[in-house]
Design a protein around this ligand. Structure first.
Ligand SMILES: Cc1ncc(COP(=O)(O)O)c(C=O)c1O
Length: 233
C-alpha cells in the first residue's frame, strides 16, 4: 500500500473518498471533490428529482446567483454580474473567443503561446481556420528566462513587430511545463498595444491567489470546485 505522505495532503485525506490504496496524482485530468461538496451535489440532485419544474425555474437561478457571489469574492471581482459558470476552462476560452471574434470588423491576429494547452490551441486553430475570424500567431515562451521581465519583454518585442494582433490568450500556469506567468504585467503590455487578453487560468485558482480586478484582463477563465468565467467590460 502506498504512503500518502505530504503535510497538507495527509491532514485532509479523509475529506476525500479516493481509495486509500492509491495516491491519486492526476487531479488535472480527473479530480475528486471533498465530501461536503459531494454531499451538497447529491442533495441538489434529490431536490431536482422531487420537483423539476420548481428546481429549474426558481432554485437553479437562486443557486447560480449565490454561487457567482461566492466565486466573485474569492477571485476579487467587483461584481458577481461579471462571473458566469461554464463547463470547463476550454469552454470559457471558446466563449470569449467567439464573442470577440464576432466583434472583429476584419480578420485580426490571435496570439497564443508555444506553451498553450493543446485543447486551447485546437480551439484557436478552429476559430482561425474554420470560422475565419482570426489569423493565428504563436509567441515563443520557451524557457530559460532570467526573471519575469524577460517574459514580459518577449511580449513587448512580439507585439512591436506584429501590429495586427488584437487578442492574446495567456496561460496563468502553463501545462505541462508548470510555469507561473506574470499575467498582470503581460496584460499591461498587451493593453499598451491595444490587445485584449483572455487568461487561461485552468489550474491557477486554489494554487495562487487570484484578483481579477488587479490582473485586469478582459476575460479570465479557470476551475474551482465548479468552473467560473469572468467577462469584463
Ligand atoms: C493551462 C491549461 N489550460 C486548459 C486546460 C484544460 O482545462 P479544462 O479541461 O478545464 O478545459 C488545462 C488542463 O490541464 C490546462 O492546464
Amino acid at each position: 500500500m502506498a504512503e500518502t505522505g505530504g503535510l497538507f495532503g495527509a491532514e485532509i485525506r479523509d475529506e476525500f473518498q479516493l481509495s486509500k490504496e492509491l495516491v491519486h496524482l492526476n487531479h488535472g485530468s480527473f479530480g475528486s471533490v471533498p465530501r461536503s461538496v459531494y454531499e451538497a451535489r447529491l442533495e441538489r440532485m434529490k431536490e431536482l428529482e422531487i420537483c423539476p419544474d420548481d428546481w429549474f425555474r426558481y432554485n437553479f437561478v437562486l443557486l447560480v446567483t449565490k454561487g457567482s457571489e461566492t466565486v466573485s469574492k474569492l477571485i476579487g471581482s467587483s461584481s458577481s454580474e461579471n462571473v458566469v459558470f461554464v463547463e470547463n476552462a476550454t469552454g470559457g476560452i471558446t466563449a470569449a473567443l467567439r464573442s470577440l471574434g464576432l466583434k472583429m470588423q476584419s480578420k485580426a491576429g490571435l496570439l497564443v503561446t508555444g506553451l498553450s494547452y493543446e485543447a486551447i490551441r485546437h480551439t484557436a486553430h478552429k476559430v482561425c481556420e474554420i470560422e475565419g475570424h482570426f489569423v493565428l500567431h504563436t509567441i515563443n515562451l520557451d524557457p530559460p528566462y532570467k526573471d519575469k521581465f524577460e517574459v514580459v519583454q518577449r511580449y513587448r518585442d512580439y507585439l512591436s513587430s506584429h501590429s495586427d494582433v488584437h487578442v492574446a490568450i495567456v496561460d496563468h500556469i502553463t501545462s505541462p511545463s508548470t510555469l507561473l506567468l506574470p499575467v498582470k504585467e503581460i496584460v499591461s503590455v498587451c493593453h499598451e498595444f491595444g490587445v485584449a487578453v483572455i487568461i487561461d487560468g485552468a489550474h491557477a485558482p486554489g494554487q495562487v491567489e487570484i484578483n481579477v480586478e488587479d490582473i485586469n484582463a478582459e476575460f479570465y477563465t479557470g476551475n474551482l470546485h465548479k468552473w467560473f468565467f469572468c467577462p469584463r467590460g
